[in-house]
Ligand binder design. Structure first.
Ligand code: C5P
Length: 223
């Protein structure tokens, strides 16, 4: 990647899972490794962009040349994303928990003999992609989301372009378990264009190709 591709651009990336506490020692999270988002942040940096990576808890090193903001919950992730604006582009790969526990306990919930398990009430977390893509002020010119689906990828990704209000969706079928793997197979969905299936390859190669597509988009928009 040439450092001229995205020189002078600020790119915002979210990656990894979120962690929603139940009490100080337990929480709700998911299997996202953060590998795809970190590969994208690194590719953006190699393409010359200034990169802010808002990351949930993952076991990965911060890529060279990337500013990382570490968060745990969906609400913290939304705050960090808003703090990082303005940005020219945003690529939201994070697997944000759909729910958090209402009224998380601030001391460890004890197992009580004869009392049975505690009832947890779940409430929805903010949809960061929808919030960012729907901004009237400070919306990045290009907002890209991810869609991990098990089946009906095309229909679901197309629907997600509409409901989220983003410009592109990178869709992947996770039926065969891409979580934590180094390889993936994705399709690029751009508003008003036919779906573009990419061959199965590494997450690093997908990141590089996506960054080239982003750079080509900006060249076309503002030559
Ligand atoms: O709705 P779904 O979770 O399938 O959408 C996936 C896309 O939306 C991803 O780009 C993900 O990062 C983003 N998302 C988000 N905030 C949420 C849920 C999803 O930014 N609360």
């Amino acid at each position: 990647l040439s450092t001229r591709l995205l020189a002078g651009r600020h790119a915002l990336v979210t990656a990894g899972p979120t962690f929603e506490p139940i009490d100080p020692v337990r929480g709700l999270t998911n299997r996202s490794s953060g590998k795809q988002g970190y590969a994208i942040a690194w590719a953006l940096a190699r393409a010359g962009a200034r990169v802010t990576l808002v990351s949930g808890p993952v076991a990965l090193d911060t890529p060279a040349g990337v500013d990382r903001v570490s968060v745990e919950t969906a609400e913290q992730m939304l705050d960090a994303v808003e703090q990082a604006l303005p940005a020219d582009l945003a690529i939201l790969t994070a697997a944000v928990s759909d729910w958090r526990v209402a009224g998380a306990a601030d001391t460890k919930i004890k197992k009580q003999a004869g009392e049975g398990p505690p009832a947890l009430t779940l409430v929805e977390t903010p949809d960061i992609l929808k919030a960012l893509a729907g901004r009237t002020k400070g919306r990045p010119a290009l907002v890209i989301g991810f869609a991990a689906e098990t089946g009906q990828l095309e229909a679901r990704a197309a629907a997600k372009l509409e409901t989220k209000g983003c410009d592109w969706i990178v869709g992947n079928d996770v039926s065969e378990g891409v979580f934590g793997r180094d390889e993936t197979r994705v399709m690029l969905f751009r508003k008003g264009e036919a779906p573009d299936p990419w061959p199965e390859t590494t997450k690093t190669a997908v990141a590089d190709r996506l960054v080239r597509a982003v750079a080509a988009h900006f060249t076309k928009e503002a030559p």
